[in-house]
Design a protein around this ligand. Sequence first.
Ligand code: HEM
Length: 275
Amino acid sequence: MGLNTEKNTEPFHLQVLNALPGVSYYARTRGPSFVTAWAHRISGLILVGYLLFHLLTLSLLAQPEQFEAKMSILDTPFFALLEFLLAIPLIFHALNGVRLMLYEHFTERDNVFMLHWLGSLGFLYILLLGLFMWMGSQTVSALFFGMSVLAASLLTTGFLFQKIWWTTKDVWWKLQRLTAAFLLIVLPGHMLFMHLNYALGHQAGIIISRMGLPFMQCLYLLTVVSVLYHAVYGLISVIQDYVEKRLLRFGLIIGLLLFTIYFLFLGLRLTFFIA
Ligand code: HEM
C-alpha cells in the first residue's frame, strides 16, 4: 500500500468552493462562474441593506445627542465584529466587479488568474482593516485621505470612461459601470479611514467637523449619488430577472425609485446641512 503523493492541482479558489457546505454542490454541477455570479448578487444586496442602515443612522447627526446615544448601543465588540465582517461582502463585490469589467472591456479572459488575485487582494484588505481596528489609534488628516482617494477614483473612472463611453451600449449601463469604477476605491478607502480610529469615527462632533470641509462635501456628494445610482440600477436588474408580471414589475420599480429619492434627500441633507 503506497502513500498518496499525488498533488492536488486544482486552483485554490476551486478547492475552497468545493469544500464549502451548500456551495460545493452548485460549484460541481453548475460551475464556479455560476456560484461567483450569485455571490456577486448576494453581496450587492447585503451592501444595499447596509447602505440604508448607514444613511438612517447618520441622519441622526441632526441631533448629536441622539446620534451618540445610538452609537453607544452599537459600541460593543459584537457590533465591531459585524462592521469588520461587512468588509468581506464589500471587498468581494468590489474586486469581483473589477474582474467582470476586465473581462467585458479589457479582453482579460483568464478567470483562474483573476480569481487568484481577487482572493489575495481581498484577504490582504481584510487583514489590514482588522489590524487597524485592533490598533485602534491611528490618525490621518481627513483632507489628505479624501484627496488621495478622490484622485485615485477619478483616474480609475476616467480610464474606464475612455474605454466604454463611445461603445454602442446604452447610457444607463455605462453609468452603472462608471459608478462602479468610482466606488471601487472610494468605498474600501472610506471603510479603512473610518476604522483607523474606531472610537473617533463614532463621535458626532468629529464627524460633523470633517463633513464641514467643502472638499469632503464634494467627495461625499459624488459618493452618495454614485452609490445610489449603482445600487438602484442593480436592483432594477434583479427585479427584471425575477418578476415576470409586467404590472407588478412596473409597481416595484416605481416604488424603488420613490424610495431612492427619499434616501437621496437624506444623503444630500447629511452632506450639506448637518455640518
Ligand atoms: C465597491 C465598488 C463596487 C464595484 C466595483 C461594483 C461593481 C459592480 C458590477 C460590475 C456590477 C454588474 C454585475 C453584472 O452585471 O453581472 C454590479 C452589480 C451590482 N452592484 Fe455593485 N459594485 C460596487 C459597489 C456596490 C455597492 C456599494 C452596492 C450597494 C449599495 C452595490 C450593489 C450592486 C447590486 C445590487 C448589483 C446587481 C447585482 C446583479 O445584478 O447580480 N454595488 N456591481
